[in-house]
Design a protein around this ligand. Sequence first.
Ligand SMILES: [Zn+2]
Length: 478
Amino acid sequence: MAAIRRIGVKLLPKNDCSEIRFVRDKKERQMKVSSLIFGLYFFAEAHDDEYHPSIRKKGEKIDVTWPLEEEKEDFWRTHGKDRLKKMQQKREIKTKAKNAILFIGDGMGIPSITAGRILAGGENHVSSMESLDFTGLVKTYNVDYQTPDSAGTATAYLTGIKGNYGTVGITAAGRRGDCSSQLGNEVQSVLEKAKAAGKSVGFVTTTYVNHASPSGVFGKSAERTWYSDKRMANLKNCKDLALQLFEHDDIDVIMGGGKEWFVDRLDQRDLIQDWKNEANVTFVENESQLKAAMEDLTLEKRLIGIFANRHMEYEYVREQDAPEEPQLRLMAEAAIKKLSLNPNGFYLFVEGGKIDLAHHDTMPVKNGSLYDWKEFDTMVGNSIQMVDLNETIVMVSADHSHTFSIGAYGCSWRKYFRSWNSTRTRWREYYDLRIREWTRIQHSRERKQSDRRNKLQPTNAKRVQTRVGYLRWKEAFF
Ligand SMILES: [Zn+2]
């Protein structure tokens, strides 16, 4: 019993809101945490009914940590009226937009937004993306897959045509990995149409510039992972996504990572050097160069920034591990400044790509999604300030949700955050959200097959069936 209690306390530390105590009591209801992983059972102390336990000790007095005004009826009546007034002030603008910006938080499902918002400022915090006038829901799937990927969804939201899983910029007549099937099935993107209409165009991402989502603005490929010609041996009729981007020489702004795909190539070309050699390109590789370039922007000169060999760093560790990389907000600012020089208007696509990647690795907090979400949201707020909303249509969306959910009964944010006196406490308390991420087991077999077909290293093959928040607790504490 002592051992179990000790482990219980370690994994689910007490906090002063809930006093969650895990005690062994055979008569109480069981809470099976993860017998597969730990081979242990924990038993929750339940006072009320089994689905809605009171997690406080009986008779326990707790400190009031919420503003006392929130206990009064008036507070909520006024709050409701204010919200209603704001809704009534919304204006529907019926004139044609001159500029358009699409912000995509990759894999940013509703639980990611909820958890990100709480991290940023608590349950009642209004994030920048939530401050926009209208909200809706989007249904996402690929023609051949119930759960879509970023390539198939990029095809959908950037071209208006639904495609297949793992393919980008082509209709569903194209088959993943089959070069010949893509030929003749390419579709035009909104960026390409905006360019044809005389607007300036560009995109910004925190992933490779030729990763799945940004590829949707310029790429046509039966396989999202044809990043360089090394990845597609003997497929002479199709071009890799780095070369496609390089040859798409009318994109005014390109920013993100992925240098490797442009220099480590079968065709021996150094596309980065080629960009640097071009007279109408300002090429930058780090934050200071970008800042300098921002002082000297012209309509004619393209602005290209490739800031990392592969993906750019997670926001949580960026300053420490990659201090030369610009923040997403700076890249977006530079892009808007540059694109706004065109009197005909512009189209900009900005992706917070690492929200998704961290979720793939079941890293919602540490190194992960929520800090990238926070930066993404800040960037959205800053960007909105830079444009005239009377002539600019701004959309914020995810491309799909992710394997991330918030469950159980967590205490409200104030309880956790008021006493953030150390990183350790912070992790510990924040994790009381009972964050869980589930790997997509139904995909693992198919993924392995497709990875073999493309001669890639399987990335998800080693995952166990369910990895829940408890494992992440372990990661955070020990
Ligand atoms: Zn995605």
